[in-house]
Design a protein around this ligand. Structure first.
Ligand SMILES: Nc1ncnc2c1ncn2[C@@H]1O[C@H](COP(=O)(O)OP(=O)(O)OP(=O)(O)O)[C@@H](O)[C@H]1O
Length: 221
């Protein structure tokens, strides 16, 4: 099967005042097409840093990042942005919806940013799928946390990306709602044949994945 995401000996450090914090240490990892991988590990083990680098939101200090066989680091920021907009959908713990925009516009936002005209029938299908078509004219603060996360899932799917990167998508939700969100992520994955990498502290959520990996001190355990 094709490798969709590959990190090759990626290292990343942050400087805080005098202190240097190593978040990833020669971290190598591969995700195959269609795989659903859950990444677990203690707080501070480097999970989010891995996800941000795989998602091209951050650059590695050393090492190489490949998306669909193309080496991303080294490309211009403009090219990286284009690839990100087309190929990757993000779901975060904090939903990150824009409060001044309707649910419809929040879902369409990745397309607006990429200057792409939304396929209205497809966006409607996404909103129906997450059970929020009837709320499409409402605003994020009129929705519950679980509903907002469902909007964030629809938004992640809007540009039909092949890869979904999720950072604790159920972290703010109660058990029951978290399970519903996981089922929705799995159903979308089936429907749109996506590759998923999900960081989570929650074993119930991780159990939906095909493979669970554990990180420790910036590397695989
Ligand atoms: N922007 C930053 N500036 C300074 N240090 C950072 C920054 N981002 C991450 N770190 C540090 O890098 C290390 C790895 O952080 P990371 O967020 O990847 O861990 P994590 O495993 O996702 O943790 P958690 O489960 O708590 O979210 C931590 O020690 C963290 O404090």
């Amino acid at each position: 099967m094709k490798t969709v995401i590959r990190l090759d000996k990626v290292s990343k450090s942050y400087t805080l005042g005098e202190k240097k914090i190593t978040a990833l240490k020669e971290f190598s990892f591969e995700v195959k097409s269609g795989e659903f991988v859950a990444v677990m590990g203690r707080s501070g083990s480097g999970k989010s840093t891995f996800l941000k680098i795989a998602g091209t939101l951050e650059k590695p200090d050393t090492g190489a990042v490949f998306l669909n066989g193309i080496q991303i680091n080294g490309l211009s920021q403009k090219k990286i942005c284009k690839i990100r907009q087309k190929k990757i959908g993000f779901i975060f713990q904090q939903y990150q919806l824009l409060p001044e925009y309707t649910i419809w516009d929040n879902v369409c936002m990745p397309l607006y940013i990429a200057h792409t005209v939304p396929d209205k029938a497809y966006i409607r299908q996404l909103l129906e799928k997450v059970g929020l078509w009837d709320r499409n004219g409402d605003y994020p603060d009129q929705l519950s946390g679980g509903e907002q996360q469902r909007v964030a899932i629809a938004r992640a799917m809007a540009a039909k990306p092949g890869v979904i990167l999720a950072d604790e998508p159920t972290g703010n939700l109660d058990y029951q709602t978290g399970q519903e969100i996981m089922k929705l992520i799995c159903a979308s994955r089936e429907l749109y044949r996506q590759t998923i990498v999900m960081v989570t502290h929650d074993m119930d959520s991780a159990n939906y994945a095909d493979r669970i990996v554990y990180m420790e001190d910036g590397a695989l355990r």
